[in-house]
Design a protein around this ligand. Sequence first.
Ligand SMILES: Nc1ncnc2c1ncn2[C@@H]1O[C@H](COP(=O)(O)OP(=O)(O)OP(=O)(O)O)[C@@H](O)[C@H]1O
Ligand SMILES: [Mg+2]
Length: 330
Amino acid sequence: MPIDMSDKTILKIEDLHLNFPIYQGAVHAINGVSLYVDEGEIVGIVGESGSAKSVTAMAALRLLPKGSFRLTNGNITMLGHDILKISEAEMNSLRGNQVAMIFQEPQTALNPTKTIGKQMFKVIQLHTGKKRKEARNLALCLLQDMRINDAEEILQRYPFELSGGMRQRILIGLAFACSPRLLVADEPTTALDVTVQRQVLQLMRAKARKTSTAILFISHDLALVSQFCDRIYVMYAGSIVEEGPTKLVLSAPAHPYTQALVRALPESSTKGQRLESIPGTVPKLTIKQEACSFRERCDHAHDLCVKIPSLVMSGVKTQKAACWLLEKVR
Ligand SMILES: Nc1ncnc2c1ncn2[C@@H]1O[C@H](COP(=O)(O)OP(=O)(O)OP(=O)(O)O)[C@@H](O)[C@H]1O
Ligand SMILES: [Mg+2]
């Protein structure tokens, strides 16, 4: 399905279908995902574990191991490049110079045997071509933007001498070294405690706003995504089930899955009441979905739900959901 596109679009994924061949069959991980990220926007992908948030990001960055997957349909465009066609050298140059990434397990991203300074200078010199002194100055600026006051001293330290929050702030700072147009952050703060998570994300957002960097922020935590993103995509079993501006989606979720996620937010429960959870589990991805993948867990499921619903407007132009309930009221 074609998606809205403006000149400012940095990343555009159109109707992507991707599976992983396994012994006797395949894992149908991505089933018709379309999304876009515009310049300077902070866009969230939220969904339960296994909904294909990471696989979508990895596919967009062409980081899935060759031969491990089959891409059966779709297009991916990033900064005007056809990601499915460009050479490895072009892809490397895009990833190094215009697109930065922070992944789910950041604690392993720093080399334990080298000081923070050595590692930062090397990355900065590699990506920007700066001389060592300039690289050092940039490293200090990046650390200061991440509110690391004793930056000079931190450069002398080894990763194990620092807290997880501090290491993550360093990595986020470093991700901005090449002034990327897009930062893909996959659960960048999951390993940190809640208060540190919010501090780190606020710093990341402030830096992105300052440099007009777009962020694709991936998380299973709707509360976190809602505080941080301009727009969100809600994923379920490899498909987008709802999309729209964060405030709209949160205040008036249109898809029963999003409604259940919103009800499960701590803020939405009254004191003394039990928090809601969503009964049931995500469908097996080894079976190709021919029906709405949420219907087994949905209180509103009816006859039409044996077919896959498409994303339609939920009444407000910018908000869409894939649910037959919306088709019925149109
Ligand atoms: N190499 C692979 N081979 C087979 N299946 C895979 C492979 N990589 C991912 N998958 C499957 O694809 C689906 C989506 O995985 P993905 O890691 O994208 O989920 P996620 O939404 O990022 O979950 P989480 O919140 O746990 O990070 C899962 O069912 C996963 O098991
Ligand atoms: Mg993931």
